[in-house]
Design a protein around this ligand. Sequence first.
Ligand SMILES: NC(=O)c1ccc[n+]([C@@H]2O[C@H](COP(=O)([O-])OP(=O)(O)OC[C@H]3O[C@@H](n4cnc5c(N)ncnc54)[C@H](OP(=O)(O)O)[C@@H]3O)[C@@H](O)[C@H]2O)c1
Length: 348
Amino acid sequence: MSHHQTVAVFGAYGHTALFVLGELRRRGLTPVLVGRDRDRLHALGRAYPDSPVRVASVDDPASLDRALLGADAVVNCAGPFADTAPALIDAALRARIPYLDVGAEQAVALETFHNRQEQARAAGVVVVPALAFYGGLGDLLATTAMGDWPEAEAIDIAFGLDSWEPTQGTRKTGRRNAGRHVVYTGGRFVPPTENPDPTLWEFPEPLGVQEVTEFSTADQVTASRHLRTPDIRAHMNLAPLRDVRDPATPAPSAADGSGRSSQTFLVDAVVHRGGQRRRASASGRDIYAVTAPLVAEATARVLDGRIREGGAGGVYAAGELFDAEDFLRALAPEHLSLDLPARAENSA
Ligand SMILES: NC(=O)c1ccc[n+]([C@@H]2O[C@H](COP(=O)([O-])OP(=O)(O)OC[C@H]3O[C@@H](n4cnc5c(N)ncnc54)[C@H](OP(=O)(O)O)[C@@H]3O)[C@@H](O)[C@H]2O)c1
């Protein structure tokens, strides 16, 4: 890296952001702590003496400009993103620095792809919405499974979670996006099926066969941007959906010194073409914590130029911007256990 690089993290004291700070530092990037609550920001700053602290609000564009001054990129961790992404993308475009966020909101990601493409291209700024457990991982796996196939009849992305203890941010985001969920079928986004019947999905072991139901995820938005297929079906097993819908389910808690909870996940992407199937899956621990290496790895790759488009500006999905398989392998085995198609199959 040519100089000491800094990354503004908006919403720096949030649950997911705290993991992001650590993963940025592990990649030699200095986080700038940005958020709207002065006290919480300064309290956090005591744990990060090398990190500048900047109070900023989405209602005050000048405060965002000051917060991004001198930063090499911005990672938005403050959700609901419907409330923060437009102002932060505007600020990143003014500052001409890459913007990445960890949003799970389909509607926000769709708006970002539709409304910001021309601006981002004109400004030469890379914008990457939904680079996270939802939105990023399934897209990277589906892209890897697709390999050299130019198109596919359908893609399934199945999420198997042992449980889902939602953060306050997840709960607020769920309320903010009520009624805005979609599924991708027949080459377009349509409202989800009402009361869909459960089906069976055969996850790799140890999960095995599970009852799953139709699920709406940002991965349908990101993957449909660049993988040629009319159907991206997402599924989730039933236990985590019961958890997240139950107001009594507690927030996640650290199971060890890493801060990660004991919650486990398996994401299984299957691509169908001409009677053949290709599959790529990843498992790991803590859907919030794993978001951090995903977005920090993406930030590092954007900053050091390991991107497919050679630095041209635009709005991108992870699988479109990066070498998906190389990206996933960089997170294994520490953050992800991978089961990917053999390379020979993909280059055949
Ligand atoms: N795609 C994924 O897989 C994935 C993974 C992890 C998280 N997420 C998303 O990331 C978001 C944060 O989740 P979390 O678990 O970190 O929740 P959290 O612990 O509740 O943190 C939320 C953070 O966002 C800030 N924030 C919210 N609204 C804001 C606004 N209008 N202006 C400024 N700051 C604002 C909060 O600051 P205040 O306390 O001052 O409100 C806090 O710093 C949620 O939308 C969640 O869905 C997505």
